[in-house]
Design a binder for this molecule. Structure first.
Ligand SMILES: Nc1ncnc2c1ncn2[C@@H]1O[C@H](COP(=O)(O)OP(=O)(O)OP(=O)(O)O)[C@@H](O)[C@H]1O
Length: 313
């Protein structure tokens, strides 16, 4: 059974806004799936349809094998949700928020352990949530999502409002949850966090799913080349690096030469060629970043016809 399955899921707002367009998406149990896309791509609308906060115009969705529109109670008892911009009740403490979710879900959970897990002290836990910073409120929302060790976590922009340390902690919690078999589906426009924790990513753009797959799948499919950067003592005028077989393009910025190669094996030739002409001080060889992938899929640089909805399953 898939943890999430959508079939031709579509949401229109009025006549002009097609927020989600014919979405077919399958998330297997135990996967950590990053749902990426620029503002307005349709990520929250998709999550809201999975939660029955928004009704689809067409199509259907199943969550943990239950119909997202008909079986909402069954679903809500089994999943943990962090909605976009999670709001808190100003007068309730964090502990009271957690106790409320524990009661509602009718599970046995320790509020103190949850507070600790999301990085809130016992003292914070006894303060009214109205006094919290945005990051603290987000931590509390995350703690509420974790109540009852859910089988599936649906997190809408989980790192919103968190500082870098908070984002790192959030990634660690997601990894811990994944290790114990929880399926995690989270939306983000922060590429680094997706890259760090996801098994697979999906990229939404203007309501359509324009790519899904592992990072490797998507990198291989786009064939963006293999970049290598060399920091040199000085940039020789007659380097002619772009004439080297397998080098697609060369960019020079200050003392850094970046060559994009047709495949990684060409990088050795690049280093040799540059080292014959000048002193090489440092070498950085990276895979194509998720950022490049994201831009390629969402800026329309990619052929409409070539966009494959499923790079791999
Ligand atoms: N209640 C609504 N009424 C009308 N249009 C809406 C409504 N909710 C969303 N939209 C529109 O649907 C589209 C998709 O919005 P959605 O919030 O799903 O995007 P998103 O990918 O989550 O964006 P963000 O990263 O900014 O949260 C946008 O054009 C948005 O303006």
């Amino acid at each position: 059974m898939a943890a999430i399955q959508t079939t031709a899921l579509t949401k229109r707002y009025g006549k002009s806004v097609l927020a989600v367009d014919d979405l077919d998406l399958t998330i297997e149990e135990g996967e950590v799936f990053g749902f990426l896309g620029p503002n307005g791509a349709g990520k929250s609308t998709t999550i809201n349809m999975l939660l029955d906060f928004v009704r689809p115009t067409e199509g259907s969705a199943a969550v943990l094998g239950f119909d997202a529109q008909a079986d909402t109670d069954e679903i809500r008892h089994r999943i943990g949700v962090l909605p976009e911009g999670a709001s808190v009740y100003d007068r309730l403490t964090a502990r009271e928020h957690l106790e409320w979710v524990i009661d509602t879900k009718d599970v046995d959970a320790d509020p103190d352990a949850l507070l600790e897990k999301v990085g809130l002290s016992g003292e914070d836990g006894d303060r009214p949530a109205g006094d919290y910073s945005k990051g603290m409120a987000q931590r509390l929302g995350f703690g509420m999502a974790l109540v009852g060790d859910p089988d599936l976590l649906l997190l809408d922009e989980p790192s919103s409002g968190l500082d870098p340390a908070g984002m790192q902690e959030m990634r660690e919690i997601i990894s811990d949850e994944a290790d114990r078999g929880t399926t995690v589906f989270f939306s983000s426009h922060i590429l680094g966090e997706v890259e760090a924790v996801c098994d697979r990513i999906g990229i939404m753009n203007e309501g359509r799913l324009v790519a899904t797959g592992t990072l490797d799948d998507l990198q291989g499919e786009l064939d963006l080349g293999a970049p290598i950067s060399l920091e040199v003592a000085n940039v020789p005028e007659s380097l002619a690096l772009d004439e080297l077989a397998g080098v697609r393009s060369v960019a020079v910025e200050d003392a850094t030469i970046t060559a994009t190669c047709a495949d990684p094996s060409v990088k050795v030739d690049v280093v040799r060629h540059v080292a014959e002409a000048t002193t090489v001080r440092d070498i950085v060889s990276e895979d194509v970043s998720l950022e490049q992938l994201f831009n390629t899929y969402t800026n329309g640089e990619r052929d409409e016809g070539a966009a494959t909805p499923e790079a791999s399953a």
